[in-house]
Ligand binder design. Sequence first.
Ligand SMILES: Nc1nc2c(ncn2[C@@H]2O[C@H](COP(=O)(O)OP(=O)(O)O)[C@@H](O)[C@H]2O)c(=O)[nH]1
Ligand SMILES: [Mg+2]
Length: 294
Amino acid sequence: MSRLKSGLRKTGTNIQAVFVNAQIDDALYEELEAALLMSDAGVKATEFLLDDLRARVRANMATNAVQVRKLLGDAIADLLKPLEKPLEIGRFTPTVIMVAGVNGAGKTTSIGKLTKHLATEGCSVLLAAADTFRAAAREQLGVWADRNTVEIISQEGGDPSAVSFDAVNAGRARGRDVVLVDTAGRLPTQLHLMDELKKIKRVIGKADAGAPHEVLLVIDGNTGQNALAQVRAFDDALGLTGLVVTKLDGTAKGGVLCAIAREKPIPVYFIGVGEKLEDLETFDAREFAQALLG
Ligand SMILES: Nc1nc2c(ncn2[C@@H]2O[C@H](COP(=O)(O)OP(=O)(O)O)[C@@H](O)[C@H]2O)c(=O)[nH]1
Ligand SMILES: [Mg+2]
């Protein structure tokens, strides 16, 4: 909670500043509009929040800026609430989780953190190094595997679909609770690479009908409005079941979650709030809104 709070300080400061010595008038709403847009909440979510806020201010007969700030917190929490959903493990053995996203979004790091999170809950995890483009990527996942002391399936110069296929089979044979499939970063505009991702998903389904059970998109919380475009494109290609939003420590663009909630609501299973193993948190709408508004 405190990491999230300090992380979102940059986003929050702009919004909170609007309320300092403010009166409830048009200027307040205009400044709030500017602050929300600057936080990358997007035009639609910003309009929605301001309309909702005006209604709450009237209904509560709020008379000062402190009350308005609290009501904005309620509005944001309600907007974000549909994104709250726990990742469910245990319905399938193994639960196969495929992880996708653009380069540098934080896929491999999040997989490392998620492995730790799952291990803490008593789940056994197997990692699949399906980012076969760069040897460094395999090694990076290997380091996370060592830190977590879990097994990893990787092949030198192998085909990502083949690695994923082997990993799912191995996970089943060894009775692992979860198989996490790391993939190479790609832009939604790189159509052949998006096709490759679809193939990985198909081939996973050949190893285990019904798998992957979860398809997660990792997005960098600093990406701003482009995050929404990424969510749409990867969802079209893969059918996303959840999001992991990283780098919410130290971003000025934390409002992007409001845009996602309003325009493409896909559950946010986890948020990344740092580079360390323990810097992964489950997403809580109320906590997030509170961190934004101080
Ligand atoms: N500050 C911060 N850095 C992160 C977070 N998640 C990932 N990173 C960093 O982002 C960079 C790219 O991460 P990586 O997992 O390699 O991205 P990938 O290309 O998607 O696999 C690395 O330097 C990570 O340490 C986070 O939540 N907070
Ligand atoms: Mg990676």
